[in-house]
Write a protein that binds this ligand. Structure first.
Ligand code: 6R9
Length: 645
């Protein structure tokens, strides 16, 4: 490993931050030593309760059980909207930036209240009751947030399905949670292209007889198929509804939403989150990890179809009374300057995105960044995958002008909110490390024998205690939740990730455990090798997988994407191999480098290593489902030019 460079918290930033180093130590200790007192205080400070709780936490991780504030009552929509009205009815709640740079609008908290109430009343009129499931299949328009909050207001459980999923994936999700109503749009618009959402819904609903209503937002005005008994237009239907809707009082442990996520096996799991614990953790992490200050403009580039969009576009920001930017487009349209132009236009203060986007923008060249004015930015964040130090340094220097701390936030759909992240005024940064646990979070590393590792070391990342926004169930299959997360290490939550803890107690996520390579008996994180390869000036991105190797057990197969304008050649291949040897050691020498014009990615930007492993291992007839990829043709190209091994 090259020497780790520590970036201290900027003194100026620390002096104004909500939490400085001393606060972190003190509060973290309290959260572990006296969790009941700590969490009871936070739940009262951060949330508005209709009926106060008297119980704080119950847990039995051997059974995968946890319950928080279990006899309290509250409503999430009230916490995200109504409680802010006295002070900030006319303050912007959402800034919508359209795919076309000429389209944007602001929605105030009082407009949000009106819109959410109208839609909530419409849902009730169509027969939706507390506990019923509603599917939301939407582009990134304000109505997506209204829909989530309207469900929360009446106690319906939403299941947001990413607008890029196919009709078949949509159908499977609707059926799995037996949704009776779908909220969608005629079409979505992304990167100058349209997405046929309503046509996809029509195909999906052909197999979903229980869905009685589809509410359709007119986004583009395209001609769409129409089932007069089932389909209604959003705008004209909500216009007939009252702009007041009494919120449903919800028990703290009543379900709030289901969100499907892929595991290593089987069909996607419907991760179930409940009301109070989820909202508390989103709200707290939003304030402390992003160091959110009154009036700041916050932009998370995720889609609401993913947990990041749930927690950090909608629930965390709105519960805080913040200004949250919702972006319909993609970072590279009309060109690679788009994100920074949006930052300049709306004077964005915090920007939160995925490493894959950072690498793509880095590959396009600094010009796209440096020609914009980013002086409003105070903080940068990343999420979704390990960030290689080179991309981190670029983000820090070129985008943030060495002024903005970077928070590398580690968490999962199942965790609901950040679990390991720097608090930017408290924790010095190391490029590539998610650093330290959030309050109340107790990570541990397990060795092969299922024993906790003390001090420095690497192993399976687990949690020793529950936290308020922990997964409560897999919808319809509670046993599957226990098997997936609570069986590998009885008494612990297993994250599925590997991690290393350094001498300072910092956590370095090495990637999914199934991505760990074992080469000649040595463990290697694929992320480490990828980081080494992308240190080379000519490379944009790399993905490393293992493949069966007669002598070493596993060999290292690297797929490498070059930056625009660079051609592959033998010399470069050798330079990349040398770089891995230099950075990590000869054990990390790639056996095979395949030049990859593109990598197979999910639409949320995660590299599909499962597919890369199959190609590398020459298991071409068991590639599995490639329909959910952002660009399935990438796979054919890789197969055609597959290296012989
Ligand atoms: C929030 C989100 C979860 C998986 C997780 C891990 C990876 C997320 C990361 C990270 C390294 C980070 N991951 N954040 N790895 N550093 N900062 O992405 O949820 O889609 O469920 O993915 O993503 O492997 O286990 P989800």
């Amino acid at each position: 490993m090259s020497e780790v460079h520590i970036h201290p918290v900027p003194a100026e930033f620390a002096s104004r931050a909500h939490i400085d180093a001393g606060d972190y130590e003190k509060l973290y200790r309290e959260s572990i030593e006296n969790p009941e007192a700590f969490w009871s205080r936070q739940a009262q400070d951060f949330l508005q309760w209709e009926k106060p709780f008297t119980r704080v936490v119950e847990e039995d991780l051997k059974k995968g059980h946890t319950a928080w504030f279990a006899d309290g009552e509250l409503n999430v929509a009230v916490n995200c909207i109504d409680r802010h009205l006295p002070a900030r009815a006319e303050q912007t709640a959402l800034i919508w930036e359209g795919d076309d740079p000429a389209d944007s609008k602001n929605i105030t908290y009082s407009e949000l209240h009106e819109q959410v109430c109208r839609l909530a009343n419409l849902l009730k009129e169509r027969g939706v009751k507390k506990g019923d499931r509603v599917c939301i299949y939407m582009p990134m328009i304000p109505e997506a947030a209204y829909a989530m909050l309207a469900c929360a207001r009446i106690g319906a459980v939403h299941s947001v399905v990413f607008g890029g999923f196919s009709p078949g994936s949509l159908r499977d999700r609707i059926l799995d949670s037996d949704c009776r109503l779908v909220i969608t749009a005629d079409e979505g618009v992304r990167g100058g292209k349209t997405v046929p959402l309503k046509a996809n819904v029509d195909k999906a609903l052909a197999d979903c007889p229980n869905v009685h209503t589809a509410i359709v937002v007119k986004r583009t005005g395209a001609d769409v198929g129409w089932n007069g008994e089932r389909d209604i237009w959003y705008a004209e239907s909500v216009a007939e509804q009252s702009s007041d809707c009494a919120p449903e009082p919800m028990n703290a442990e009543d379900p709030l939403f289901i969100l499907y996520t892929s595991g290593s096996t089987g069909k996607p799991k419907g991760v179930l989150h409940t009301t109070a614990g989820y909202l508390l953790m989103c709200t707290m992490t939003f304030k402390y990890a992003f160091d959110y200050k009154e009036g700041d403009i916050f932009w998370c580039t995720a889609d609401v179809g993913w947990i990041t969009g749930h927690s950090y576009i909608v629930y965390g920001p709105l519960s805080t009374g913040a200004i949250s930017l919702i972006f319909e487009g993609v970072p590279t349209y009309p060109d690679a300057s788009r994100c920074w132009q949006v930052v300049e236009k709306h004077k964005v203060n915090s920007f939160y995105t995925a490493p894959t986007a950072i690498r793509a923008l880095m590959g396009a060249g600094d010009e796209f960044v440096t020609k914009t004015d980013r002086s409003s930015l105070k903080l940068l964040g990343t999420v979704g995958e390990p960030i290689n130090p080179e991309a981190w340094e670029w983000y820090y220097k070129v985008v943030g002008e060495e002024r903005c701390p970077i928070i590398d936030t580690w968490w999962q759909t199942e965790t609901g909110a950040h679990l390991i992240t720097p608090l930017p005024g408290a924790i010095d940064m190391k490029a590539g490390s998610a650093t330290k646990p959030f309050f109340g979070v107790q990570p541990a590393l397990m060795d092969d024998q299922g024993r906790e590792i003390d001090g420095e070391g690497a192993g399976a990342l687990v949690m020793k205690a529950s936290w308020p926004s922990m997964i409560r169930s897999v919808y319809g299959d509670h046993q599957r939740m226990i098997d997936t997360y609570f069986s590998a290490y009885p008494g612990y939550y297993f994250t599925g990730d590997g991690a290393r803890r350094d001498a300072d107690g910092y956590y370095w996520i090495t990637g999914r455990m199934d991505d760990v390579l074992n080469v000649s008996g040595h463990r290697l994180g694929t992320a480490e090798i990828e980081s080494a390869i992308v240190l080379h000036d000519d490379t944009a991105e790399a993905a490393v997988v293992g493949y069966p190797h007669d002598i070493k057990g596993q060999g290292i197969y690297a797929y490498v994407t070059l930056k625009a304008g660079h051609e592959p050649n033998e010399e470069l291949r050798q330079e990349l191999i040398d770089l891995c040897v230099k950075e990590i050691g000869s054990i990390a020498k790639p056996d095979i480098i395949q030049w990859a014009p593109g990598l197979p990615k999910t639409r949320s930007g995660k590299i599909m290593r499962r597919i890369l492993r199959k190609i590398a291992g020459n298991e071409l007839d068991s590639l599995g489902d490639t329909s959910t990829l952002a660009d399935p043709s990438v796979v054919e190209e890789l197969i055609e030019h597959r290296a012989n091994c």
